[in-house]
Ligand binder design. Structure first.
Ligand SMILES: NC(=O)c1ccc[n+]([C@@H]2O[C@H](COP(=O)([O-])OP(=O)(O)OC[C@H]3O[C@@H](n4cnc5c(N)ncnc54)[C@H](O)[C@@H]3O)[C@@H](O)[C@H]2O)c1
Length: 444
């Protein structure tokens, strides 16, 4: 976990850059080929001669597994190591995969005269020409793809360090038929978002829909990361909160898309809470009958709920979420750094929704440990904790009443019936008198 796995063709600089990067980031370093040779007590060329490529690949998979079981290391993997699906899966699980790229001519120059690489046959240029095209797809699928032509290893290592997530990367696949995609969870992910956009090769500029609160606090790192990959981004701002989902805000997004000339190959990035995700997703679902979009949720609620599932909606004067569409995002990036600026009440309300979901799934809150985490993560808010604890106790000691009500009547009704919210919160917390305007999660 929290390892950095360097992949790329022979001669791309994995071992040299890997050593520098390991030092810079205070990680251990494993050169996979060295590890395989040490393990076998023979040079790589001898392993190839004795056991063939298949024997070498078995040893490689074994060494890779052993290396990735460690924590906080940089692994320089052999050029063919990422090709088997199982190796690739293990490289990505909890780790960041970085691909080092160089032009074939540069690779040939670097590899000229190198001995002990059995795959460089019959000569370096022919080996590159026959092997590289089959590997480019995998190298290009890395979290970060770094060009190394004409650059010093220290410069490349610096570049990688500045783009790395802080800590491990967790991934979950959303298995939607026809549109499977991944949720990436970690800290400091703008460079990973940018790399995904680059892979999509959208027409430019890409559009970042966000609200003015998030625009002020969190837009720039994402725009800069895109710019460093030669992707221009145009921010389009919507109001903060529910007004983002009104027809006026949607019309303003359409007007911008038209002004910029976004075509069918365009891409929208939804940077914000559930309201931004809903309106940006709906715009993506309907513009040109549907274009690609990426969800970058910035609230707990959007991370655990609204950014996932492809449901998008806007509100009408007649009611909330009355018009909508289902369109899956290409990817979802839950960057936990954004949560540092999230107001406490938003955080708390979303956790209540997590707790209710946990309850609906039959997970004991003690086991889920949600409130405990909350206390450790955020400033302790005694009143809120009292309410939340009472609510939980109530919820779980009255399984047959409130819990069933929540399940049976559906959470949507809570949205549309403020008096019911108040009833719930009063029942749950034992409060008396008027309850102030509540977020849905607070009501729950
Ligand atoms: N599509 C779905 O499946 C789905 C599911 C659940 C909810 N929703 C929708 O989600 C919406 C609620 O989403 P929400 O709770 O994220 O609210 P929100 O988007 O209104 O965000 C809450 C507030 O926090 C601010 N904010 C957002 N991120 C911030 C950050 N990192 N730092 C500081 N401030 C930040 C916003 O500007 C806003 O004022 C509702 O409209 C609901 O209908 C949709």
């Amino acid at each position: 976990m929290n390892n950095v796995v360097l992949v790329g063709f022979m001669g791309s600089g994995k071992s040299t850059v890997g050593r520098v990067l390991a030092k810079r980031t205070n990680r251990g370093f494993v050169d996979l080929d060295d590890d395989i040779a040490a393990d076998a007590g023979r040079a790589i060329s001898e392993i190839f001669a004795d056991e063939g490529e298949a024997g070498f690949r078995r040893r490689e998979a074994h060494s890779l597994r052993r290396a990735l079981n460690k924590q906080d290391i940089v692994v320089a993997a052999g050029g063919g190591a990422p090709l088997p699906d199982e190796n690739w899966r293990q490289m990505r699980e909890g780790n960041c995969v970085v691909s080092l790229m160089a032009e074939p001519a540069e690779l040939a120059r670097r590899l000229n005269g190198s001995n002990g690489r059995p795959l460089l046959q019959p000569d370096v240029p022919s080996a590159i020409a026959s092997l590289l095209p089959h590997r480019l797809g995998r190298y290009g699928a890395a979290d970060l793809v770094i060009g190394t032509d004409g650059r010093e290893p220290a410069d490349v290592a610096d570049d990688i360090e500045s783009r790395l997530p802080r800590g491990g990367v967790h991934r979950m696949t959303v298995e939607v038929p026809g549109a499977p995609h991944e949720v990436t969870i970690g800290r400091h992910l703008p460079s990973l978002v940018a790399q995904t956009v680059k892979r999509m090769a959208p027409s430019q500029p890409v559009v970042i829909v966000t609200d003015w609160v998030i625009m002020r606090q969190h837009l720039h790192p994402l725009v800069d990361a895109l710019k460093s990959l030669a992707i221009t981004a145009t921010p389009v701002s919507v109001p903060s909160g529910e007004p983002a989902k009104e027809l006026d805000a949607l019309a303003a997004i359409y007007a911008e898309l038209a002004k910029i000339g976004v075509d069918r190959q365009g891409c929208i990035i939804a940077l914000g809470g559930g309201t931004v995700g809903d309106v940006a997703g709906f715009a993506a679902a309907t513009w040109m009958r549907g274009i690609r979009y990426i969800q970058v949720p910035t609230t707990v609620l959007a991370m655990v709920d609204s950014s996932i599932g492809g449901k998008t909606a806007i509100n009408l004067p007649a009611g909330k979420n009355l018009v909508g569409a289902v369109r899956q995002p290409v990817a979802i990036f839950a960057d936990l750094e954004y949560l540092a600026s999230l107001p406490n009440e938003e955080y708390r309300a979303a956790l209540a929704e997590v707790v209710v979901d946990a309850a609906r799934l039959g997970i004991d809150p003690g086991q889920a440990d949600v409130l405990d985490r909350y206390q450790r993560w955020r400033r302790f808010d005694t009143m809120a904790m009292g309410v939340a604890t009472n609510s939980l106790n109530f919820l779980f000691s009255n399984q047959s009443t409130l819990l069933r009500a929540v399940r049976d009547i559906g959470l949507g009704l809570v949205d549309r019936a403020p008096p019911l919210k108040n009833l719930f919160i009063r029942q749950a917390a034992g409060l008396t008198g008027e309850v102030p305007r509540l977020l849905k999660g607070e009501a729950l």
